[in-house]
Ligand binder design. Structure first.
Ligand SMILES: Nc1nc2c(ncn2[C@@H]2O[C@H](COP(=O)(O)OP(=O)(O)OP(=O)(O)O)[C@@H](O)[C@H]2O)c(=O)[nH]1
Length: 340
């Protein structure tokens, strides 16, 4: 049942993707196929939105545009894995195309044979002729059924392989959205999420708030204890933030020792409460490392700027208002939350 469904889904996507690519004069390369498979599978909404935008604006899918889509949405992954996926996809597409060709050839032959028998029937055949015609048709039908069975089983195998490849692609997409050091979402992931929140606000007036968080005097910390311990502290701060927010909220490493927390549905006063909780949680912890926690690292503090979305905001203006508040928090002596 499951396999049949997978087979149907893959065949369905293939049936949509190949004609669409042909109509847009897009060559069936592994890279292009990966883009259009994801488009019709609807597993990558940002890719879908971007392509729909290109189509709506009448943009031609030139090699440069195709490459841009690939780089933006599919690539940014380990080159080795990408290469494997490309090779496997290429092999799969070729065998799938040849199976479809075989299927067409078989159907054409069958229908031309049937036509011949139809013509014979119009020439007043005797009983022996009729017998021969019926037996021949029965043999043809049996052959077609056997071929179809073979085809269906090899298509099913191909479909399983394609789904396996798709899983690999999905994993790669996830990796491309992560920050390795902290296991938080990365800046790119934040930007996509923030864009969704801004669109939601424009469409439905659903508010959201943004926290911009920066570790205080981190340079001095690094200089005192070394970069490796600095890295551990980044991971600790990341975890403390993650453990303070709710499931729908997005915590991301914006870069260096700077983080963002996007809070969907949160008004300014709710966001300030979350910011205070994060600030307090981090500042209260006495940090230490070593086997018996012998090396005392003291306390780490963070400064936080908070902003809530306003009419006319886009991703950049929201971020720059949160950043202004962060600047004020630093100027006010650090280890505090400023908002506005
Ligand atoms: N260990 C480690 N340090 C990093 C990483 N990314 C950025 N940093 C360090 O973070 C420090 C940031 O320094 P500054 O921008 O001067 O800021 P600060 O010392 O925190 O000062 P204030 O922001 O004013 O409190 C620099 O020393 C960077 O090297 C990282 O991935 N690991």
């Amino acid at each position: 049942m499951h396999n049949t469904q997978n087979l149907e889904q893959t065949a369905h996507i293939l049936n949509l993707a190949l004609p669409k690519m042909a109509s847009l004069a897009i060559p069936v390369t592994p890279e292009n196929y990966a883009i259009w498979f994801e488009y019709f599978a609807e597993t990558n909404l940002n890719l879908k939105r971007s392509i729909d935008g290109l189509i709506a604006n009448g943009v031609k899918f030139t090699p440069e545009v195709n490459l841009g889509l690939y780089n933006r949405f599919i690539e940014e992954r380990s080159p080795e894995i990408i290469e494997n996926v490309q090779i496997e996809t290429h092999i799969l597409i070729n065998s799938l195309l040849s199976k479809i060709e075989q299927l067409n050839e078989g159907t054409e032959k069958f229908s031309s044979n049937l036509n011949q028998y139809g013509e014979k029937l119009q020439t007043n055949p005797n009983v022996d002729d009729l017998n021969l015609i019926v037996m021949s048709i029965a043999a043809e039908v049996e052959q077609v059924i056997a071929k179809n069975r073979q085809m269906s089983s090899s298509l099913e195998t191909l479909s399983t392989e394609i789904l396996h490849l798709k899983d690999e692609m999905d994993n790669l997409s996830k990796v491309a959205m992560m920050d390795e050091l902290t296991s938080l979402k990365n800046r790119r992931s934040y930007e996509l999420f923030a864009a969704e929140q801004v669109t939601k606000f424009v469409d439905t007036q659903t508010v959201c708030s943004l926290l911009m968080i920066d570790i205080d005097d981190f340079k001095q910390f690094n200089d005192t204890f070394g970069h490796l311990i600095g890295d551990k502290v980044l991971a600790y701060v990341a975890l403390a933030m993650k453990n303070t927010v709710k499931g729908d909220d997005l915590v991301a490493r914006y870069g260096g020792e700077e983080f963002v927390v996007m809070l969907p549905n949160a008004k300014l006063n709710d966001a300030v409460k979350v910011a205070e909780k994060i600030r307090e949680r981090i500042s209260l912890k006495q940090l230490s490392i070593g086997k018996e926690k012998k090396q005392n690292l003291g306390h780490i503090t963070v400064s936080i700027g908070v902003a809530t979305i306003n009419t006319g905001d886009d991703v950049d203006t929201l971020l720059s208002r949160a950043d202004e508040q962060l600047y004020k928090a630093k100027a006010a002596g650090k280890n505090c939350v400023k908002f506005g």
